[in-house]
Design a protein around this ligand. Structure first.
Ligand code: SAM
Length: 288
């Protein structure tokens, strides 16, 4: 078995050889500890029958570990400067494809169809660039790709918000957006010391199991998400007050009270106490 890329010495060697400088603006914090990577793959449940999509291979440290376990990997990298490095570090693996594209611009569905057989079990695994975590995950979730799970290293606070339950400080519209599509859990805390350079924020690994269909049935999805945001607009105010503000030119206070009653929700509660099901009931009362 060859020496792993994810070590301090190998990473420094490559940096020097290619005169590579990290771009902070691209979220380039590379992993220099193989144990973290194998831990992530354990949590992701990557086995030899699985196809994996990765985002941001960097120098290829995680990509390599995926390739050693999975059937096949397709990885998206925005930074062309990494091409000669990745050619050296991953060139010998026949089961890795590198797509040099911004994941936010890429037609991921098309690329999946191109590289994987229909019905293949697919998972996403990535150490994401933290500056675009939410746009990337939301794009992939909304696209309803044929993935069974996503396991991503992201900023700890964001991971906690995505996996949060009602009546906690972290619970908000992001929790609902993510959990509408997935079952979310934080599966690993990661110290700063395993990165080069070390990021300013703490990291955690978030595991998302994709639902076959959304958690709740909503009549108008766009309105549902908009309403949820409105209910968290002023966190310390009651649901009723947030609704009065949101619907100021559409419903009177009395009309809103009736809608709340119809949905079976007490208007003196705060938005942060509502479950996703309750938000769906509330939205549907306005949509029907
Ligand atoms: N996987 C490597 C590791 O774990 O050491 C590197 C992870 S680093 C946190 C994030 C990687 O994502 C970098 O290689 C960066 O160039 C790349 N990246 C940043 N923005 C991207 C985007 N919009 N699309 C694709 N890759 C991107």
């Amino acid at each position: 078995k060859q020496k792993a890329i994810a070590t301090p010495s190998k990473t420094k060697e490559i940096l020097n050889k290619y005169g590579f400088s990290f771009k902070k603006s691209l979220g380039q914090n590379f992993i220099i500890d193989v144990n973290i990577l194998t831990n992530i793959l354990d949590k992701a449940g990557v086995t030899e029958d699985v196809g994996v999509i990765e985002i941001g291979p960097g120098m290829g440290s995680l990509t390599e570990q995926i390739a050693l376990r999975a059937d096949q990997v397709v990885t998206f990298e925005i930074d062309q400067r990494l091409a000669p490095i990745l050619e050296e570090t991953l060139g010998d693996y026949s089961n890795i494809t590198i797509v040099y594209q911004d994941i936010l611009e890429a037609d991921v569905s098309e690329i999946i169809n191109e590289h994987f057989d229909e019905g293949k079990k697919l998972k996403l695994v990535a150490n994401l660039p933290y500056y675009v975590t939410t746009p990337i995950l939301m794009k992939l979730l909304i696209a309803r790709l044929p993935l069974s799970s996503m396991t991503v290293m992201i900023q700890k606070e964001v991971a906690e918000r995505m996996a949060a339950v009602p009546n906690t400080k972290s619970y908000g519209s992001l929790s609902i957006a993510v959990q509408y599509y997935t079952e979310a859990s934080v599966v690993l805390q990661v110290p700063k010391t395993v990165f080069m350079p070390q990021p300013n924020v703490d990291s955690a690994v978030l595991h998302l199991n994709l639902r076959e269909k959304p958690l709740v049935d909503v009549i108008d999805e766009a309105f549902f998400f908009d309403l949820v945001q409105a209910c968290f607009a002023q966190r310390r105010k009651t649901l009723r007050n947030n609704l009065v503000r949101y619907f100021s030119d559409k419903y009177t206070k009395e009309a809103l009270e009736l809608k709340l009653q119809e949905a079976g929700i007490d208007g003196t509660r705060r938005g942060e106490s509502l479950t996703i099901k309750e938000f769906a009931n509330l939205a549907n009362v306005f949509s029907s």
